[in-house]
Write a protein that binds this ligand. Structure first.
Ligand code: URA
Length: 249
């Protein structure tokens, strides 16, 4: 048990953002132990079960799961001396979360932030084959059936790294670049870039659009985040209950 500020308790419950929580408290809509509170900085126990918003009891969840649409230029770490990190983006509301997996600094798209080490470990474990889907804009490489077959068979990169079978599809072919979707079940360093490089392609832009059954919310602008919804949480729980092995490919 630890003490946290009341406004943080509300935001950590998912009841409001931190600034909304301050407003709700000032509007006398929050009570602790039956007494209306107007001081947002009041310290409460994080396991307190006697906090109400209007007539609804609020209970702090042990684990928090956030979907972030990571912008380019931000690194997938909890702190860094020179670059903005994914946790800097969400820190105002959520302390103590970390990214479940990594995206390169120049990759954008879906990243899950959580304080649940078990979930992170299970999704990242190579044993679990969680499928991640990317949209890659690539120069110097056109789509062909043979290329898709090569991806489907598994690739060895120029540096000798081997990659498991992946699903490659064509999205569009422009004059200068080709846009592909690629689904992989690992998370090796620079994996997608290396897979295309093995055939002479250079990834110009890369965006992750899904992580297992969690799909990047199209209404979430770059740099914005939200909690996972009920359907997405069902998937999290499936992973945590370990019923998921060998998805997809
Ligand atoms: N593959 C890459 O090359 N980079 C990423 O950020 C993710 C997958």
């Amino acid at each position: 048990m630890a003490k946290i500020r009341l406004d943080r308790f509300l935001s950590n419950c998912g009841a409001a953002t931190r600034s909304q929580a301050k407003k709700l408290i000032r509007q006398k809509r929050v009570s602790v132990g039956g007494i209306t509170v107007t001081d947002e900085s009041m310290k409460v126990d994080d396991d307190c079960t006697d906090i109400m918003l209007d007539n609804k009891k609020l209970v702090l969840e042990k684990y928090v799961y956030i979907m972030l649409n990571k912008p380019r230029g931000v690194i997938s770490a909890t702190d860094d001396k020179t670059h903005k990190t994914v946790t800097d983006i969400i820190k105002e509301e959520h302390k103590g979360l970390f990214p479940a997996g990594r995206l390169d600094i120049d990759t954008e798209g879906l990243i899950i932030l959580t304080n649940d080490g078990d979930f992170a470990h299970k999704t990242l474990s190579p044993k679990n084959h969680v499928t991640k889907k990317y949209i890659a804009c690539v120069s110097g490489l056109s789509y062909s059936k043979e290329l898709a077959e090569n991806f489907a068979q598994g690739i060895t990169a120029d540096d000798g790294t081997t990659f498991r079978p992946a699903i490659l599809c064509l999205i569009e072919e422009n004059q200068d670049n080709t846009v592909f979707s690629v689904e992989i079940t690992e998370g090796k360093f620079h994996q997608v870039k290396k897979m295309f490089a093995a055939f002479g392609g250079k990834v110009i832009t890369l965006k992750r659009i899904s992580f297992g059954e969690i799909v990047l919310d199209e209404t979430l602008p770059t740099g914005r985040y939200r909690r996972l919804n009920e359907k997405e949480m069902k998937y999290v729980n499936t992973i945590k209950n370990n019923r998921i092995f060998m998805e997809g490919i």
